[in-house]
Write a protein that binds this ligand. Sequence first.
Ligand code: HEC
Length: 189
Amino acid sequence: MKIFKLNKHWIGVFSAVILLASCDHNRNEPGWSFFNDMEHSQAYETWSENPNLPEGKTMTSPVEGTVAIHEYAFGFVKTPEDELKAASLENPLSGEFNLEHAKLRYEQYCIICHGEKGDGQGHLFKSGKYPIPPASYKAERAMQKTDGQLFHNIRVGFGVMGAHGPQLSVEDTWQLVNYIRYLQSQEVE
Ligand code: HEC
């Protein structure tokens, strides 16, 4: 019985010593490491050199023509030639115009320049902060354009206007084309 008590006592002392010994005031020193393969990864790091791969680095370049998930490969660039090539693109949402949603996107991205009625009299232009007159959708040029051309203009930009493709989903871009058509159909007051 005595021996048992003694053992219990020593186990307590021993645990306390171990516990206290594991406390170190020097926070910059990691202390002893027993299995240091967990500290120093044996695997090649993403950006490290790697003699096993053809390019000599772990992060290999994507195969040419790779498109990231959710990214849209439009395939046309901001040139008048490509605008004409895009002219025959069919509007998949012409029969599914969601006025409320399209208006929201228009107000978020376009109204500041093109104005509420699409006449180019947006706040940014009227306040003098943006010196180039934004195109009016009711002018001859925009009226003559096909849905595909408008889609092209919005996605890759047109003239001095920048591309809006990176901010908009494909669906939203077509909805904006529909919204331009809607604005064009409204009577001028
Ligand atoms: C920073 C101001 C600005 C914003 C924001 C802007 N645009 Fe424009 N947009 C312009 C200007 C300026 C032009 C005329 C460019 C030129 O003639 O060089 C233009 C031209 C266009 C054209 C070509 C029209 C034509 O007459 O051929 C379309 C279509 C168009 N914008 C749609 C949009 C849509 C849709 C949005 C919102 C997603 C948008 N723009 C956002 C300034 C802007």
